[in-house]
Design a protein around this ligand. Structure first.
Ligand code: SF4
Ligand code: SF4
Ligand SMILES: [Zn+2]
Length: 278
C-alpha cells in the first residue's frame, strides 16, 4: 500500500536543518544520507599553480589546505567537468573558476587568510574570510593561481557538502504511573536531561534529546522497571550541517533528485536486460 511521507521542520538556519521524517525506513534514510555525503556536487579547489612560494610550507601542503576551504557553490551556473561539453582536461568557464592570491609580508609576520583569495566569479568565494592558510615571516611571499571545479564527495572529502549528516530513531518513552514512585533516579542519571521530576511524577521535558541509551531503565529500582524506552519504527530525526557551500535544503533536494535519477537508471537497465533475455 502507498504510504505518505510526512516531514516536519524542527529547526533551520542558513547552515543547519533538523527534520522529523515519518513514513520511511532505514534503507531509505541510509540511501539519503549516502547520496548527500558522496553524490551532491559542490565546488572545491582542484588544481593549484604555485608561482612564488618563499614560505616554510611545501607547495603540496599549501595545495592540500586550499582544497579543504569550502567554497560557495552555484550549482545552476556550472557543469561537472565530466558532463561539460568542452571535454577538456583543463576546463572552460562553464566548469572551472579561477581564484588567485598574491601576498607578501612586507611589514612583519602576516597570516594569509581565505579572504585574500581573489575569485573571477564573486559568487564562488570561500564561505568564510577567516580561514587561515599560512603564516608568512617578513619578506616571504606567496603567489599562486587555483582552479576550482564541481566534484563529488565519493571522489574526495573536499567535495562533501556537509560537515555532519546523521539520523536517529524517534524515541518513545513510557512511564507507568502505577509502578513509578517518583524516586527521581532516572532523572539524575539521564545525560541529556530528557526527564524532569515533578511533585509526585516524572515528566518528559525534551523527548527529542533522548539517545535511547536506556540508562534510566537500568537505574530504575522497580522490578520490572517503571520506565520503558523504545522507538517509532518508521520515524526518524534527521539533521545535517552544511559546510556553507550550499543551503541545507538545497543539499537535500539535490540528493533526492540524484536518488530519483539512479532509480530511473536502474529501472531502465532492468527493462533492457529483460527485453534482451526475452
Ligand atoms: S534513554 Fe538515555 S537519554 Fe533517553 S531518557 Fe533514558 S537516560 Fe535519558
Ligand atoms: S527511577 Fe523508576 S521509579 Fe524512580 S522515578 Fe524513575 S521511573 Fe519512577
Ligand atoms: Zn567545460
Amino acid at each position: 500500500m502507498f504510504k505518505l511521507v510526512e516531514i516536519k521542520v524542527l529547526e533551520k538556519d542558513d547552515k543547519n536543518i533538523r527534520l522529523i521524517i515519518q513514513g520511511v525506513d532505514v534503507p531509505f534514510m541510509n540511501a539519503l544520507r549516502r547520496a548527500i555525503i558522496s553524490e551532491v556536487p559542490v565546488m572545491a579547489i582542484d588544481d593549484v599553480v604555485i608561482i612564488d612560494n618563499s614560505s616554510i610550507l611545501q607547495d603540496e601542503i599549501i595545495a592540500h589546505r586550499l582544497g579543504l576551504i569550502p567554497l560557495k557553490t552555484d550549482l545552476d551556473g556550472y557543469n561537472l567537468p565530466e558532463e561539460c561539453p568542452c571535454k577538456s582536461e583543463f576546463g572552460c568557464n562553464l566548469c572551472r573558476v579561477t581564484l588567485t592570491l598574491d601576498v607578501e609580508a612586507r611589514e612583519g609576520t602576516r597570516t594569509v587568510y581565505s579572504g585574500d583569495l581573489a575569485s573571477e566569479n564573486p559568487n564562488i568565494v570561500p564561505v568564510s574570510d577567516k580561514i587561515p592558510i599560512i603564516k608568512l615571516a617578513k619578506g616571504q611571499r606567496l603567489k599562486f593561481e587555483t582552479y576550482a571545479r564541481l566534484g563529488r564527495g565519493k571522489n574526495h572529502a573536499k567535495w562533501q557538502p556537509v560537515s555532519m549528516c546523521a539520523y536517529k530513531y524517534f524515541p518513545k518513552i513510557e512511564i507507568s504511573s502505577e509502578k513509578c514512585d517518583a524516586c527521581g533516579k532516572c532523572v539524575e542519571i539521564c545525560p541529556r536531561r530528557v526527564l524532569v521530576k515533578k511533585e509526585k511524577s516524572i515528566e518528559i521535558h525534551d523527548l527529542m534529546a533522548c539517545t535511547i541509551c536506556k540508562d534510566c531503565v537500568d537505574a530504575c529500582p522497580q522490578k520490572p522497571p517503571a520506565i520503558s524506552i523504545g522507538w517509532e519504527e518508521n520515524t526518524f530525526i534527521f539533521g545535517l550541517e552544511s559546510t556553507g557551500a550550499l543551503p541545507p535544503e538545497r543539499i537535500i533536494t539535490e540528493a533526492i533528485k540524484i536518488l530519483d535519477k539512479q532509480l530511473m537508471e536502474l529501472e531502465n537497465r532492468v527493462k533492457g536486460e529483460k527485453s534482451e533475455g526475452d
